[in-house]
Write a protein that binds this ligand. Structure first.
Ligand code: BG6
Length: 460
């Protein structure tokens, strides 16, 4: 494993909320190499001691109990270099603190990605180094292509980790086991048997003080362009011959390429933002009046998109991806709804629900609804649920992704062409939304959201 990580933007929000707690969690579980040195780089005036105190605080505030137990140990492996991530000399100085290949982690706001990558190209990275780029990777197809072109000047593709922590979630990875290690599902995993697929990530949390980032992103860019499309690829891709990164990522890209460019955005999408209401954690103000929000941007806090996969396997099956903030209930799952049975031998008035396979993304769970005979009434039917108990994930999803970066395994990283395909799909939606099609709806914070029972549109 590689023995040093240079974190550009080490004093920022992303490092404090996600990266440092994940590193501490890995340290607590004994999964981090003992000799891993972490060099923080940022513009703030800090020395090693103040940066270590910052690390302890960040892990204390944002880490779980395991991470907090390792805050001190993690801080002990950290040093700090004051510098600007867009200045090649800052990276040169950080690299000069050690020897050999480094992981260069861009924990930076998206507008700084391009200048920081240019600076890395100018500074040059030691042979065997890797670079980690956070989401959002660009803000449309053209900017993602431009970032990819810049990255190609720094490192080879398999040393570039465009990370998406959803791919480190246990149930997302379980899609591979479920589909490709069972006889049961794959033969019916197609349009003949599956009526529709919903990938849902409904959150009860509202903005959490993230207006600076979120108001420029919105639900479509924040969740659907990356996380939920990634989940969709694993649900729908063709079986890979092996789980080697090339086999897996080739299949994912094939699937993305077969998603039809949205051509009827008014019918295929819903966008909405929350108004004041009683959410799960207490009263929430109008999104438009939250601090740091520019209401004129019309940023959506809820997005739903129905996509069509133009392949023999999936033709006509709607795949709906939806995500929203400040909703009344947590619902985070993949729901695979099967078609009704072709003929029911039971009497009049029996309308069994079709089978549904649920993969709970949070909490991790696996459930299959099946129809059985009613108790005492053998010629009636009723629904029961087969539920599997899944052991909790030992390291966090984010930690899992970092482990792969340290091991130099790009399987769970987004390949450059994959990121571009995701923008190819989402771009026309953003274009139409900019022209007000469809209109921005409202939903009350704490409610079920804006989607009517008749949505998504029927298969075509
Ligand atoms: C992040 C989004 O990538 O994923 C957040 O920016 C979202 O808005 C989060 O809440 C959800 O993932 P998790 O695993 O942190 O619940």
């Amino acid at each position: 494993m590689i023995s040093r990580m240079i974190v550009l933007g080490a004093g920022g929000d992303l490092a404090a909320r996600l990266l440092l707690p994940a590193l501490a969690g890995l340290r607590a579980h004994g999964r981090l190499p003992d000799d891993l040195a972490i060099v923080g780089v940022d513009r703030a005036a800090m020395d090693d001691a103040t940066f270590r105190a910052h690390v302890r605080t960040a892990v204390g505030v944002h880490g779980d109990a395991a991470a907090r137990s390792a805050a001190e140990a993690l801080a002990g492996s950290c040093t700090y270099r004051r510098g600007d991530a867009t200045d090649p000399d800052a990276l040169r100085a950080a690299l000069a603190d050690g020897e050999g290949p480094a992981v260069v982690y861009l924990a930076l706001p998206p507008p700084v990605f391009a200048p920081a990558i240019r600076a890395a190209a100018e500074a040059g990275l030691p042979e065997g180094s890797r670079m980690v780029v956070e989401k959002p990777f660009g803000e449309d197809l053209a900017s993602a292509q431009a970032l990819n072109a810049l990255l190609r000047d720094v490192l080879p593709e398999d040393a570039i980790h465009r990370v998406d922590h959803f791919l480190g979630k246990q149930t997302v990875q379980n899609l591979l086991g479920l589909r490709f290690a069972n006889r049961l599902f794959e033969p019916i995993w197609n349009r003949e048997h599956i009526e529709r697929v919903d990938v849902v990530w409904d959150e009860t949390l509202a903005l959490e003080g993230r207006a600076g980032y979120y108001d420029r992103a919105g639900a479509l860019r924040d969740m659907i362009q990356n996380h939920l499309l990634q989940v969709l690829t694993l649900v729908a891709m063709e079986p890979p011959p092996t789980l080697h990164e090339r086999d897996l990522r080739d299949r994912k890209v094939d699937l993305l390429r077969s998603i039809r460019t949205p051509d009827d955005v008014a019918a295929q999408t819903v966008r909405a933002r929350y108004t004041a209401g009683d959410a799960v954690g207490g009263p929430v103000p109008d999104y438009a009046s939250e601090e740091g929000v520019d209401p004129a941007r019309g940023t959506e806090t809820f997005a739903a998109v129905t996509l069509w996969v133009d392949t023999w396997r999936w033709s006509g099956v709607p795949f709906t991806l939806r995500s929203g903030k400040a909703l009344g209930a947590l619902r985070q799952e993949v729901a695979i709804r099967f078609r009704p049975v072709p003929h029911l031998a039971f009497g009049q008035g029996q309308h069994p629900e079709p089978n549904v396979l649920l993969l709970g993304l949070a909490p991790d769970r696996l459930e299959l609804s099946v129809t059985v005979n009613g108790p005492g009434e053998p010629f009636t039917v009723e629904e029961v649920t087969l539920a599997a108990h899944l052991a909790p994930q030992d390291v966090s999803a984010y930690g899992r992704v970092i482990l792969d970066v340290l091991a130099g395994d790009p399987t769970l990283s987004i390949r450059g062409d994959e990121a571009e395909e995701c923008w190819r799909i989402v771009g026309p939606i953003l274009d139409a939304w900019r022209t007000g099609v469809p209109g921005l709806r409202d939903y009350t914070a704490g409610s079920d959201g804006p989607v009517s029972p008749g949505w998504p549109p029927p298969a075509r």
